[in-house]
Ligand binder design. Structure first.
Ligand code: GDP
Length: 195
């Protein structure tokens, strides 16, 4: 994918702030610090458009990035951050569930998992919501550069098993450090939005 344009559009707190131009949306979910911002920056070839290590307490914002005037990346708040209150956690849950359930523009959800770790309870909950609402999902196992090549298969298997992943869901091995998986992930995205 040749990137000709990439812009940060809005941190949306309320649904009325979501863009109204009906472009397909590719959303990203994952634990805080899993590498979502780095993944977006690598996908769009910008060093710092998506803020890395973005404020972990901000549980309410959907960050919209428009790419080539043809799609949006929608970055969910990272979950699993210890210092978040129960009220904030619930608000996060409501916002995300509502977005997943109601947002017609959502064409593909990327669930970002650190390849080194077993998916958390929050990852499992997120995955179950996606299945419940029938959202096309791609599991992205990132930070692949952090473990030796010989261990990739075993870790991918562990991730699929823990999530009880639907065998039809694609799993992409990714690294924002090396760019591994970038082309494959763009293919998954372009195939999904063209069908
Ligand atoms: P976010 O909170 O999910 O947006 O995570 P960030 O993108 O800010 O990444 C968290 C930390 O992990 C940063 O120090 C990144 O440099 C690092 N990181 C992210 N992706 C990768 C990767 O693919 N490989 C390696 N080695 N480090 C990564």
């Amino acid at each position: 994918m040749k990137i000709t344009q990439a812009d940060f559009i809005i941190s949306a707190v309320q649904p009325h702030q979501y863009p109204e131009d009906a472009l397909p949306e590719i959303a990203l979910a994952g634990r805080s610090n899993v590498g979502k911002s780095s993944l977006i920056n690598k996908m769009i070839m910008r060093k710092n458009l998506a803020r890395t290590s973005s404020q972990p307490g901000k549980t309410q914002q959907l960050n919209y990035y428009r790419v080539n005037d043809s799609i949006y990346f929608v970055d969910f708040p990272g979950y699993g951050y210890a210092k978040v209150s129960k009220t904030q956690r619930e608000a996060f849950g409501q916002m995300i569930e509502r977005y997943i359930r109601d947002r017609k523009e959502l064409k593909l959800q990327l669930l970002i998992i650190d390849i080194r770790h077993e998916p958390s309870k929050d990852d499992q909950l997120m995955y179950n919501w996606l299945k419940h609402y029938n959202i096309p999902t791609c599991i992205v196992a990132t930070k692949a550069d952090k473990i030796p090549k010989g261990k990739w298969d075993k870790h991918i298997k562990m991730i699929k098993t823990t999530l009880q992943a639907d065998p039809r869901d694609k799993v992409v091995l990714y690294s924002s450090e090396t760019g591994q998986g970038r082309d494959e992930l763009w293919s998954v995205i372009t195939e999904t939005i063209s069908t």
